[in-house]
Design a protein. Structure first.
Length: 127
């Protein structure tokens, strides 16, 4: 005697007490929501605002910021002092983004991550 598939309330057919396709989709959706909440919560620990940046830029900027907090030299990240203001240091994050830091003698204070277009249009650090 063969078993018959039953039709669940969602419209799927199968064996068992619940629809496994819908249960798997719900679990996947919950997992994505948890990852999104963890990603958003990580921005609270950043010394500067990185929320409007793409994910790859945020990850690279966090790596550089962690290195600067561990007293690594900014030149290890290919950072350079600006010509018009020697107290401002520009560190390339990616090809299109720069991390600007202000030199305070013994340590660097990160100010912002800006796009290369914004970096070239105005002279950052003129303030």
């Amino acid at each position: 005697m063969s078993r018959r598939k039953k039709k669940f309330s969602c419209g799927h057919k199968g064996y068992g007490q619940e629809c496994h396709k819908c249960a798997q989709a719900a679990a996947e959706k919950e997992n994505k929501q948890q990852q999104k909440h963890q990603w958003e919560a990580a921005f609270a620990h950043d010394p500067i605002d990185l929320t409007a940046l793409p994910k790859n830029v945020v990850l690279k900027a966090r790596h550089i910021l962690r290195g600067l907090q561990d007293r690594q030299d900014y030149r290890e990240f290919r950072g350079k002092r600006l010509r018009h203001n020697r107290f401002v240091i520009s560190i390339p994050v990616t090809r299109n983004y720069r991390l600007l830091c202000r030199d305070r003698g013994n340590f660097l204070i990160p100010e912002a991550v800006i796009s290369h277009e914004d970096y070239n249009v105005c002279k950052p650090g003129d303030s």
